[in-house]
Ligand binder design. Sequence first.
Ligand code: SAH
Length: 459
Amino acid sequence: MLLTLTATRSGPEAFPATDLGFLLHKHPGRVLVRELPFGRSTVFYPEATPESCTAALLLEVDPVALSRHTRAGEGTPLEPYVNDRPYAGGSFLAVALRDAFGTAMTGRSKERQELANTPLPLVAELPCVAARGPADLPGRLFGPLGYVVQAEPIPLDPLFPDWGERPYVRLRLAGTVRLRDLLAHLYVLLPVLDGRKHYYLDDAEVEKLLRHGSGWLDEHPEREFITRRFLRFRELVRQAEATFTPEAEDEEPAREARPRLHDERLDRVAEVLKASGAARILDLGCGEGKLLRRLLAAPQFRELVGLDVSARSLEIAAEKLHLRERPELAGRVRLLHGSLTYRDARLRGFDAAALVEVIEHLEPHRLQALTTNLFGDARPGRVVVTTPNREYNAVFGEDAGMRHADHRFEWTRAEFRAWAEGAARDHGYAVRFEDVGEVHPEYGPVTQMAVFNNTRCLI
Ligand code: SAH
């Protein structure tokens, strides 16, 4: 990824363009390399004459480092290794920008304070940035700040015109602005333009970003869109945490008054299983074993079997459940590697099965296989299924998209009902529905749950 900032001398009396070096606190004759958690950034000047001076920020993202920060289960299986993060400027570039030019962003300059306070003819160029959203988004974001904006769509692959162009553009911004403002605009708006969840973006980073919006964001005509995207980042980060961050150890008292959504979901499913009197449980798509951990605490559950298609998740589950250190658990807990899209005799004859936030990870055309295998072949006495309620996503903002990069679909209440009632009817189950988590008066619950009872089996 590359970002260049060019200053040109506006007349013979004007400042020499190389003064840009004073403003950026980077000497035009030097190359500065910095190691960041996700790669390496280099600042250098491809051109430094009194007439024109260009500072370049080159960011080389290390895909291996990135993949380490992407936990198993996040995105599609190849997502950690194959994605656009190393190539398309966006959130990472924004972080590198602040790292390289943090002092310049404060507007301080030891040698050229007056120049730092003066609007200068500057051009920022990015050969490839991610721009997700309406085609005119770059213009709508940067235009109102006084830039002449050129955003040239980049075809994904010239050999395959059908693949389309967006979401990448070559971006050029030209304007007469203070350098610090240009940097703040880029810092805040590149992630907005990108729109993808940022692996390193935590609440503190969101605060920082919003701080750099002070003074211009308030009057920006797209202010609502910009803040909505930030809130969406925040929401995504929360959800990622809720699903993937190791929780506080069980012994610790809950630190939050309101349990996080995912905990709430898991607690509710555990309660339903408990109340059913079931003793032998399947946790299908068990992930890192969060439900199993809860169930282990209750002696009622004599046999717990977790199944997941992701071997990595099972390894993490084994670690978190301390299976190696606690050999006495061997008779009670087992982890199986397998896929719900294949019939699996190991899953037959259980009292109950839970699928917590799993079905939406399957391609819709595979769901039928899961339904038949589960209800027709494994045939547990009870089945508890949770899945997002798509209607509720409106609360996250209309461009919010799906809640997780790996979700293949998210259902409305009616869609979920239709699937569940169909499955129950076809296979001799009775089904009831329950809201989980916050309930919006119009959009319904954040999570929907179905509880199936095998009418041909009494436990
Ligand atoms: N139930 C867990 C994890 C939910 S994430 C929890 O609530 O914390 C969804 C899980 O489904 C992931 O671990 C993913 O690997 C698993 N999964 C996706 N497709 C699957 C399939 N076909 N068979 C089994 N597991 C699958």
